[in-house]
Design a protein around this ligand. Sequence first.
Ligand code: B12
Ligand code: SF4
Length: 495
Amino acid sequence: MKFLLVDPPHKIWEFLRAWVPSPGCLQLAAYLERDFDLEFLDCTIQDHPWRSLEERVRYLRPEVVGISVACTYFIYDAMNAARLVKEVSPNSIVIVGGAHPSHIPEETLRECRAIDFICVGEGELTMHEFLSAVEHKEEDFSHILGLAYLDDQGNFIFSGHRPFIEDLDELPMPAYHLYNMEHPYVGLPSEGDRSLLVNFARGCNFACTFCSESVFWRRSYRTRSPKLIGEELELLKEEYNRQIFYVGDNIFNLTREKAEGFVEEMTRRKTGQHLWIQSRADLVIRDEDLMAGLREAGVYQVMIGVEHAGQKFLDEVQKRIRMEQNKRAMEIVRRHGMMMMATLMMGFWDETEDDRRELLKFVHPYVDHFGLNVITPYPGTKFYEEMERLGRLKTKDWSKYDQIEAVMDTRYNTAEEITEAHISLMRRYYWHPRELWKTFFSRRPIIKHQHRHFLKIGVTAFKHEVFGSPMWVQETYQTFEEYLKERGRPLASGL
Ligand code: B12
Ligand code: SF4
């Protein structure tokens, strides 16, 4: 039985200039390829993404096609991929997985009739049972936990949440061997040529109201053991020449035990690799005594969810952090010779222009750089429910839920003004002579490199605004509509 796992076509924004094989897909593929005939197609790195998908499906006629949705903002790409699959191979079963469809399965199924099933939550076990059932020609899937679908009468059925895999060490190494790791899009250009994003843990047991990950993993937390983390990093060095990693784990040191184990493992292995990890202020403070060890183990950058400079904003999203903690944690990171990156959010209801200015003033003395996002109400989160209840969502066009475009007005500004303010704040900060100076003269090569990347982003944005040149990387990128035009035939009705 053939199973085709698809990462559907997405635009890769020029300002990220990054694409990485989805860790979720690689982990799923590694688990399933042991028992099923599996192929993984990341359409994004194909020269002709939609055509490649169509041709692959036509050639393989897979019994099951699985489509991944890594971000809310990618959902229409996944829906269009499902439509194309059904058009070419009506007998293929289409199943979709990822956080967004898991949070609103009924709405997703009703909006796109080309999707037969949604895998709600963690994929490996559900998908394994599902593929076995298909292989055995079963027709009733209601006993498989973690599945959502519409029955013959159009009733929405959810078979119930599946308990999580207890020990992530039971999962095989992600299936890097199924991916074209040498493709020029693969990596994180802000971090250098030999970089990659990796993921070793699932979930977070804090409950910030805006966060879709802690909801998706139902406030649980599991991690691979330091030994397997070490093995994976070493494999990436030996086989794929990867040296610099953004570790996607929400909170790298959520448990002290993991951080300690990691320090021990990596100082023993001495792979000379460099890692950028994420954490929270309170946990950086708790683990202050581990910071020197983390530095020695290869951590060069710590990213902290500082979010805002106003305590009232932190409280509003139940961050459970005091501003003093944010300051102290940032100081600790710097004192230990690591780069400090803050993630920040703007666009809160009560936020004024002064608050936003204050935000940048607040972080400036501590950060090497920051990521500023527009606060976005993701389906599944408390923040979303609250904003919906208050009637603040201006749109449910999910393609706008990208943390760049504001989807809500604030008390003082329209969403459009917030979107503009976001761009202009970033520009004002990074085009300031002080920051531009770092681009050319910083003594730390990584800072120079990162600032060059930011400068390039600025130039791209400028070219986009003035000449309308595309903001994405793939020269041959087509929207689905453009592809259908080229194809010359519309899709069968009803899909
Ligand atoms: C990897 C990643 C990326 C990669 C995506 C690569 C790819 N090929 O998709 C890159 C770096 C490109 C990326 C980019 C962006 N990302 Co991102 N990213 C992540 C990150 C760090 C890790 C996700 C992960 O690996 N999770 C672990 C795996 C195991 O879980 P999983 O993916 O959910 O997969 C499991 C299940 O969902 C399920 N499953 C998944 N797919 C499928 C398919 C099938 C068929 C089945 C059955 C099951 C299934 O099974 C898997 C295994 O159990 C998360 C943060 C985080 N820690 O979660 C943010 C995150 C997903 N990104 C996010 C965002 C917003 C973005 C951007 C839009 C951000 C921006 N403004 O810059 C950009 C998009 C840029 C673009 N268009 O160019 C948000 C999404 C929020 C939301 N709810 O929509 C997150 C949650 C971060 C955040 N808090 O802001 N990102
Ligand atoms: S924002 Fe960070 S700390 Fe808060 S719930 Fe999400 S992952 Fe956890």
